[in-house]
Design a protein around this ligand. Structure first.
Ligand code: HEC
Length: 154
């Protein structure tokens, strides 16, 4: 009996680990981003640095986020934490206000919640931080420890 419990527990841990490892950009995240964000953040848009330039003349311009590298630029650097701040449902911020891109995550509360949970799980345990690169007000800048938490498997 004792052995059986240990066996089941080990199995449970193993299968959890396998599930966490299975989430990848190619299989799980890119399809969400393509479907929900692609109309505005697709391949035809300027990359982040160019967008900053273009935006000065065209307020409606949007940055490209359709590839892994483009997307990660809004997670780690140079637009540190932008993805988390814009997609957060309000639970990650002190004010409790959802980010202004959260509503694009799906057509219903359930779909938005599901897609957000998938993206968070893919990013990694403890990786969902809304900090910027630089400190702002009372909020410290993103720490090396926080960056280290980002798994985001390709
Ligand atoms: C209808 C068009 C539209 C859709 C769909 C859309 N966005 Fe946006 N997004 C914008 C516009 C316009 C901006 C720039 C204005 C602003 O900062 O809010 C923007 C800005 C952003 C930024 C901030 C970039 C920065 O560095 O400041 C992020 C991150 C972002 N979007 C993520 C997403 C994600 C992820 C999705 C899909 C879930 C999405 N957006 C869907 C129009 C859209």
């Amino acid at each position: 009996m004792h052995k059986l419990i240990v066996f089941v527990a080990v199995l449970a841990v193993l299968s959890q680990a396998a599930f966490a490892q299975e989430l990848t950009w190619r299989k799980d995240i890119q399809p969400i981003i393509k479907a929900q964000c692609g109309d505005c953040h697709g391949a035809g848009e300027p990359e982040f640095a160019e967008w900053l330039v273009v935006r000065e003349k065209n307020k409606k311009a949007t940055p490209r986020m359709d590839t892994y590298n483009h997307f990660m630029g809004f997670v780690a650097w140079p637009a540190t934490g932008a993805m988390m701040r814009r997609l957060d449902d309000g639970k990650g911020s002190a004010e409790g206000k959802p980010g202004n891109m959260y509503r694009h995550l799906g057509g219903s509360d359930a779909e938005r919640a599901k897609n957000l949970a998938t993206i968070k799980a893919w990013m990694g345990e403890g990786a969902w931080n809304l900090n910027r690169w630089e400190a702002r007000g009372n909020t410290p800048g993103m720490s090396k420890e926080q960056i280290d938490k980002i798994k985001a498997k390709y």
